[in-house]
Design a protein around this ligand. Structure first.
Ligand code: NI
Length: 401
């Protein structure tokens, strides 16, 4: 089979699916219309699925190859993941197929991810005689928030049959090293871990003219903001990437009242699970120390969210080799830098080897690309066949001896 031709042939379906999904964006772990839409397509394609994941908001489907073999590929299961959730943004693209749900928008390209995977499903379902083993299609909710990969895995998405390798794409344009039509990859760290912290500083409010009678949480917050910066600069090896950002400071009323309480909130990014724990511990130590010195209570809440996306060496190399055979020269671009952004695809890669790739297809609105999570974000639909073709080619290579 000529995979590129087959993918171009289903592109009109992929674009139609993407546009339909684009009009019904849903958030987080509540995707009833999206799941109904995707399962209706799977049903038409005569593909078996289970849509009971995450209370009916995630879908796992199988396509079993029929090519006879005694080789190892009969037990191989390639997991292909698409996230289906959107963002709480009011769409401003002016597209004819713009969101019909007020305040919600597919502003990260997940509509494209789902459509590309359905395109691959259509081709693979019609080509079962060309591979052994199994393709597993994983459609998950909640990538943006609060995380859907973890519950999908906990509910058995990677089991029966057990996934042995993973592949996933992110569309749009996330990195700075590629241009439209290319595919970015990386061996090892691809995207950072993503944790959230909250520090509640509790003191005692008083009249602003008599600070001696207060336990001032604002003065303590100032010390804390400065001291937290030293985690990165003084406690972590310079060659080890990490970000500690305070993104919200909240407290106080007006010019003559010292408040009771101040809150600091922020994010921590790294590529190393041990480092996440170290940063958390150091944050507690600094908060307690400053709290004691400034006579306030500092309560740290550290939420371990997504781990880092770490692409497996062998799975990435074999995937890239397949894709280099498929696409024209200079399509595959090895990225020099990982991204400090997070992705819950990371959880799949904690289970089995696999790789995550960037399909570069920025779409223009009013002549420019507006970036992910922007009200005028768009993807170039004409490039979606590359994701479809990539899924199919890797499946045909991996699931053959
Ligand atoms: Ni995304």
């Amino acid at each position: 089979m000529d995979v590129l031709t087959a993918s171009m042939d289903v592109l009109e379906h992929v674009i139609a699916w993407r546009r339909d999904l684009h009009q019904i964006p849903e958030l987080a772990l509540e995707l009833p219309k999206t799941v109904a839409y995707v399962t209706q397509v799977l049903k038409k394609l005569d593909i078996e699925y289970d849509d009971t994941y995450v209370d009916g908001n995630g879908i796992v489907a199988h396509i079993a190859g029929t090519k006879p073999t005694d080789g190892p590929s009969k037990d191989f299961v390639l997991g292909m993941r698409a996230d289906m959730d959107a963002l709480p943004i009011e769409e401003e693209t002016g597209l004819s197929f713009a969101s019909r749900h007020p305040g919600k928008m597919h502003a990260c390209g997940h509509d494209g991810h789902t459509a590309m995977l359905l395109g691959a499903a259509k081709i693979l379902q019609a080509s079962r005689q060309l591979f052994s083993g199994t393709v597993k299609l994983i459609f998950q909710p909640g990538e943006e928030y609060p995380g859907g990969a973890k519950p999908m895995i906990e509910e058995g998405a990677m089991k029966k049959p057990d996934v042995t390798q993973m592949i996933g794409f992110h569309a749009g344009h996330l990195d700075n090293e590629t241009k439209s039509g290319q595919i970015g990859y990386r061996v090892g760290p691809m995207m950072a871990s993503m944790d959230r912290f909250l520090i509640e500083i509790e003191g005692k409010g008083y009249h602003g003219a008599y600070p001696e009678n207060s336990q001032d949480p604002i003065a303590a917050a100032g010390q804390l903001i400065t001291a937290l910066q030293t985690i990165k600069s003084r406690n972590i090896k310079a060659v080890n990437p990490a970000v500690v950002s305070i993104t919200r400071v909240q407290g106080g009323y007006n010019q003559n009242v010292i408040p009771d309480k101040v809150e600091l909130e922020g994010t921590v990014r790294t590529f190393d699970d041990e480092l996440r724990k170290d940063i958390h511990a150091k944050m507690e130590q600094i908060a307690n120390g400053i709290g004691q010195a400034m006579n306030v209570k500092c309560k740290v809440t550290y939420d371990y969210k997504y781990p880092a996306v770490i692409n497996d060496v062998q799975a990435t190399e074999s995937t890239v080799q397949s894709l280099e055979e498929l696409f024209e020269p200079n399509t595959m671009v090895e990225l020099n830098e990982p991204l400090m952004g997070g992705e819950d695809y990371a959880y799949y890669l904690q289970q089995v080897p696999g790789t995550f790739l960037f399909l570069v297809n920025p779409g223009h609105i009013e002549g420019e690309f507006h970036g992910h999570h922007h009200a005028k974000f768009n993807i170039d639909e004409s490039q979606l066949y590359r994701g479809t073709a990539g899924f199919v080619k890797v499946a045909l290579d991996y699931l053959n001896d």
